[in-house]
Design a binder for this molecule. Structure first.
Ligand code: PMP
Length: 350
């Protein structure tokens, strides 16, 4: 027996939500229940497989141009990756290279600690308060970087731009990453602030508000120096990240602003209705600014509800970690899906 096992890098991985390979009502991974924009369909119908002979453009220029136009900025302010997971992972590797601790809330996207551990980045988890609120003053001390999701996940709480500005004003010497995966459903975006603060990186995704989780497209907007540094790291790992189809369909998705608004508005309207209905059933939850609700029932344990819903083919997300294990994260689906969800919920909690 060789000793190769002694040299294996052991990590505790992020656990993604289940992707059942059968038809279910899927309210467990914050996907969008509506199809992508029509233009994406057109791309899929017209793609000629001959384009696969060649590597895709390593600079991903067509997509960066479309994103830059949408956000009224330049291509050298835009970085793209294979989902925002890829983008944030590259950002961690690029910007957190000091011996000081990177700060993030103790309740937030659980991938942050996984990347930090993988890359050997020291970090401190700052507790949120009993209402799951992040206190900006906790992030004013000396640190090696700041990361938070706004709106936060899985809590669904959105903080106003003043909150982001105050954190930036108190953190001029480190990179501040704001993960805006859910911002389009009611949050306040910090993209405009990237013109003023050269240390701010705002990350967004096509997975939620643009119905493209399966295509894997994420992006960051920031000062060109930040983007160049990330790009150098990316070219040191894998130059050809986005494939030919992702590049083309991403452009089609971001160009259809009318459809984007229409589907986001539909999801927000459904969310507001579901909030009212589940409140009447005895659920409590923070006010959601996202495409999900983070809720617990006054008497029935979340794990029980999660398991019973699963038996009838309705998947929601249950996290086993302390504090969050009292809650369920329920993605907003179509009106029909949510009607069925509420119907089954009534039977479980009666
Ligand atoms: N940030 C947050 C807060 C998320 O919830 C998710 C989705 N799991 C992501 C980033 C990553 O999304 P994607 O890689 O699909 O862009």
């Amino acid at each position: 027996m060789g000793n190769w096992r002694d040299n294996v890098r052991h990590v505790v991985p992020y656990v993604p939500g289940e992707q059942p390979q059968k038809k279910v009502i899927k309210l467990n991974t914050n996907e969008n229940p509506y199809p992508p924009a029509k233009g994406v369909d057109e791309i899929m119908k017209t793609v000629d497989s001959d384009i696969f002979r060649l590597y895709p453009d390593p600079e991903c220029m067509v997509l960066r141009k479309a994103i830059a136009d949408r956000y009224n900025t330049e291509t050298d302010n835009v970085f793209v990756g294979v989902g925002s997971d890829d983008v944030i992972s590259v950002a961690f590797l690029t910007f957190f290279n000091s011996d000081k601790k990177v700060l993030f809330p103790n309740i937030t996207y659980s991938f942050y600690t996984v990347w930090a551990d993988l890359y050997g980045i020291d970090y401190e988890l700052i507790p949120v308060d009993k209402n799951f609120r992040i206190h900006k003053e906790d992030y004013y001390k000396e640190n090696g970087g700041v990361v938070f999701a706004n709106p936060n996940a899985p809590t669904s709480i959105g903080e106003p731009l003043d909150f982001v500005i105050d954190i930036l004003e108190n953190n001029k010497d480190v990179v501040v990453i704001v993960d805006e995966a859910y911002v389009d459903f009611g949050g306040e975006s910090a993209v405009e602030l990237t013109k003023k603060y050269d240390n701010l990186l705002v990350v967004q995704t096509f997975s939620k508000s643009r119905s493209m989780a399966g295509m894997r497209i994420g992006y960051a907007i920031g000062n060109s120096e930040l983007i160049k540094a990330m790009s150098d790291v990316k070219y040191s790992i894998n130059s050809y990240t986005l494939n030919q189809v992702s590049l083309k369909s991403g452009v089609a998705a971001i160009e259809d602003e009318a459809y984007f608004k229409e589907t986001v508005n539909k999801i927000v309207a459904t969310r507001e209705r579901v909030k009212k209905e589940i409140k009447e059933l005895g659920f409590e939850f923070p006010d959601s600014k996202t495409n999900f609700i983070f809720a617990k029932h006054e008497s029935v344990p979340s794990k029980h509800i999660f398991e019973e819903l699963k038996k009838v083919g309705i998947y929601v997300r249950y996290f086993s970690a302390p504090i969050v294990n009292e809650y369920l994260r329920i993605t907003i689906g179509t009106d029909e899906e949510m009607d069925k969800f509420i119907e089954e919920l009534k039977k479980i909690i009666k």
